[in-house]
Ligand binder design. Structure first.
Ligand SMILES: [Cu+2]
Ligand SMILES: [Zn+2]
Length: 190
């Protein structure tokens, strides 16, 4: 009897997720990614939901080193360690770093190695994330400086590398964005 109730609840939840991702008029769409480390082990999950001209991006990860980590959408949906396969920052309108569509708030990892964040961005849309070559979510080894280099350090302003990357260092985790909100255990890449 208890088993029947549990299955019923799971089915209800599945229907609710389907309704959310498919949307009555196609106005709600979603993408999701499973973050993997350099060994390919899953360490977290990212969800992107479109909502009224913005997306709500949420991330839930573990097994990361404590502190701030650069966090971006990169322009190619391919995660092969060391994850340079994901290309540069998602940048559909040829902006410089900090204004790339894929530039996200830095991820704060707690002392226990976990990170949780959720924020809205009006720079991203799900269709653009799921374009022909796809896109990936990257967690970097170092914090992002958002190309904020004070003139007393660099009179000529930030150099090309800073304007491309924010000097966030190596790529420690990567997740290919796929269509849909992503159920438990779904981790298909490409
Ligand atoms: Cu990045
Ligand atoms: Zn950028």
């Amino acid at each position: 009897m208890i088993r029947v109730i549990v299955i019923g609840a799971a089915a209800t939840a599945a229907v609710a997720v389907f309704a959310l991702t498919s949307g009555a008029g196609g106005s709600v769409s979603a993408a999701s990614a499973v973050l993997v480390d350099a060994e390919g082990a899953p360490i977290g999950r990212v969800k992107v939901l479109s909502k009224g001209g913005k997306v709500q991006l949420s991330v839930d990860a573990s097994r990361l080193s404590p502190g701030f980590h650069g966090f971006h959408v990169h322009g190619v949906g391919r995660c092969e360690a060391p994850f340079t396969s994901a290309g540069g920052h998602h940048n559909p309108v040829a902006a410089a770093h900090a204004d790339h569509a894929g530039d996200l708030p830095v991820l704060l990892v707690a002392r226990d190695g976990t990170a949780n964040a959720s924020f809205a961005s009006d720079r991203l849309d799900v269709e653009g994330l799921l374009d022909a070559d796809g896109s990936s979510i990257i967690v970097h080894a170092a914090p992002d400086n958002y190309a904020n280099i004070p003139a007393r350090y660099a009179a000529a302003g930030p150099d090309a590398a800073t304007l491309a990357t924010g000097d966030s260092g190596g790529r420690v985790a990567c997740g290919v964005l796929n269509a849909g909100a992503g159920g438990e255990g779904s981790g298909r890449g490409r």
